[in-house]
Ligand binder design. Structure first.
Ligand SMILES: [Zn+2]
Length: 290
């Protein structure tokens, strides 16, 4: 009888050990799978997608998504299949360089959809806060010279831009447009996990402190407006590149979306002459990896 209980005991013990193996395996595999899933989002290059005008989606090495100056739904340059804010996928941070509609049109909606923070000129953030467009926690204020680090290894610095930034808001009570404070216009320097840096100039003329941006930040890529009329034209942008910024790559933006900003990438390339900077002319919707 004792022998039967002994063997039954051995079988139960064996089962328990087996069950514990399963539990131990699960406990060990869970953090591993989290690490694996996390690294599955990671990529070997910084990914840049252009939507026309100054709107870009930038994906960091760890897979975080930054959207800058999103004018997408009514942007004449944006391909039809991308004129859908769901097509952007998950957005982690929204940046706006200034308050003009062709830079902010879809910013609040994207921030709401993704519960993402929206960074822009501090006084524009205050205006959005006063209007109740977004809750204060999604409007962390910053200004020129300020750096925020939403994730380890990624830094976003607000720099000067030579432009204006009034926010035109249609008051639903009166149906009239009101001009509200939009703060001082900005550019952004974004540093990624591997030290690679992109300078998005926003809307701007050439200014001497672009030399300071080069000296302090050494951007690898400069995204510059070339359209003229509201910003510098191809010759102005070429001057900024050759005299001040001297990046490895230049991406022209903010051109040919209306009858006034007529500058062309061809004229920009011509004006650059024998420059050490490689021009990347992106097609709207195109994705480039750096
Ligand atoms: Zn503007």
């Amino acid at each position: 009888m004792h022998l039967i209980f002994f063997f039954l005991g051995v079988i139960v013990l064996k089962k328990l050990v087996q069950t514990w193996h399963v539990w131990i395996s699960l406990v060990c595999l869970l953090p591993l799978s989290v690490v694996f899933c996390g690294s599955a989002l990671a990529q070997s290059s910084v990914q840049v997608q252009w939507f026309g005008q100054s709107a870009f989606k930038i994906t960091t090495l760890q897979g975080h998504v930054i959207v800058i100056d999103p004018w997408i739904l009514k942007n004449p340059k944006t391909p039809t299949e991308l004129k859908n804010l769901d097509a952007l996928g998950k957005v982690d941070v929204v940046l706006v360089t200034h308050a003009h509609w062709d830079h902010t049109a879809d910013a609040v909606e994207i921030a709401i959809k993704n519960q993402a923070p929206l960074y822009g000129p501090g006084d524009f953030s205050q205006t959005l806060m006063n209007l109740g467009s977004l809750p204060p926690k999604q409007l962390p204020r910053m200004n020129k010279g300020g750096t925020v680090s939403p994730w380890p290894g990624v830094k976003i610095t607000a720099v000067h831009a030579e432009h204006s930034s009034t926010y035109v808001w249609n008051n639903p009570a009166t149906h009239k447009d009101e001009s509200l404070p939009g703060g001082e216009p900005l550019g952004f320097v974004i540093e990624f996990e591997n030290g690679f840096k992109i300078y998005h100039a926003g809307d701007t003329d050439v200014f001497g402190d672009m030399a300071l941006i080069q000296k302090r930040h050494h951007p690898d890529v400069a995204m510059l407006p070339i359209g003229g009329n509201f910003t510098m034209d191809p010759q102005g942008a070429a001057f900024a590149i050759n005299e001040f910024l001297k990046p490895k790559f230049a991406i022209p933006m903010h051109y040919q979306t209306n009858p006034y900003n007529t500058g062309s990438p061809e004229d920009f390339i011509k004006a650059l002459g024998t420059s050490g900077t490689e021009v990347i002319v992106m097609k709207p919707g195109e994705i480039r990896k750096f």
